[in-house]
Write a protein that binds this ligand. Structure first.
Ligand code: FPP
Length: 267
């Protein structure tokens, strides 16, 4: 076996060998924590790209470009520490309110990043999934998201939910509309509706509840990201702009998470 790799069940695009994440340049390793103190699912609000660019006298789009390396370094660090699912807020249903130039940039950027990174994700055993609304989203972006989903469908190391044209309220409203249609068609009885039944109508029914909700840039809000899935998440807000993030920021967030006492409503 080549060094730095281990054998695994073949993934759709891979040759049966999954590549280990490349260690961080600093040589730092993830903190050693009991498995029960490592979040299974981490939601990322990658905030602060615009301010990062502004501080350097650059256009806002340069901040988004710099954010790409941050996201994929975090994915490698997540694999190293044993996280199973990451949801990245790449474009919200509210981001259409930005200038036409920035919207156009973000659409093209998402499309290009997904195409550029899909083989690397596949090599590491990452399953890429799109979570969001088709309405208004560029067809070329949907095509790339679907191609990445197909290529990586069987991967099991980590699931990366790319939340593109995602909004929490939009997701819940769309679910309510779809459920109503099934009630009207006689497929679901109103009295049988419970949380589990409702969740089947969400954008990604198999998404697990969020354990750690991490937002950068010092802003203290959730901005309509995964409200249904985050009701018992632990929230960690970090005073670092997204383009300055690397996997060590994720690890610090997990250390903070590991100190929390999660009770889920119990005494
Ligand atoms: C917030 O920064 C970020 C977004 C609008 C989402 C886009 C995120 C990226 C492009 C990062 C990497 C993503 C991919 C797909 C590789 P902001 O513009 O709100 O920053 P500000 O609050 O400083 O203005």
């Amino acid at each position: 076996m080549a060094s730095g790799t281990w054998t695994a069940k073949p993934s759709i695009g891979g040759a049966g060998v999954i590549r280990k994440p490349t260690p961080h340049l600093s040589g730092e390793k993830p903190p050693v924590l009991p498995p029960g103190q490592i979040p299974r699912h981490v939601a990322l609000v990658m905030d602060g790209n615009g301010r990062w660019a502004q501080e350097r006298g650059l256009p806002r789009t340069a901040g988004h470009e710099a954010g790409e390396a941050a996201l994929f370094d975090v994915v490698e660090g997540a694999i190293e520490i044993g996280i199973k699912e990451i949801s990245a807020f790449a474009f919200s249903t509210e981001n259409w309110r930005r200038s036409p130039e920035e919207v156009k940039f973000l659409m093209g950027f998402n499309r290009d990043v997904i195409r550029r990174r899909r083989d690397e994700m596949n090599e590491m055993g990452v399953r890429v999934r799109w979570v969001g609304r088709p309405k208004r989203l560029w067809k070329s972006v949907i095509d790339e998201l679907q191609a990445a989903e197909e290529l990586t469908a069987k991967n099991k190391v980590l699931t990366l939910n790319m939340c593109v044209n995602y909004g929490g309220r939009a997701e819940i409203v769309d679910a309510a509309a779809a459920l109503s249609r099934d009630v009207q068609a006689g497929k679901v009885k109103p009295d049988a509706i419970n949380e589990k039944v409702f969740a089947r109508y969400l954008d990604a029914p198999s998404m697990s509840d969020v354990d750690l909700f991490l937002r950068t840039s010092g802003e203290l809000r959730t901005s309509n990201f995964l409200p249904w899935q985050s009701v018992y998440a632990e929230f960690v807000f970090m005073d670092v702009l997204w383009p300055d993030v690397d996997r060590r920021v994720l690890w610090r967030g997990i250390e903070e998470y590991s100190q929390r006492n999660r009770r889920f409503g119990k005494a």
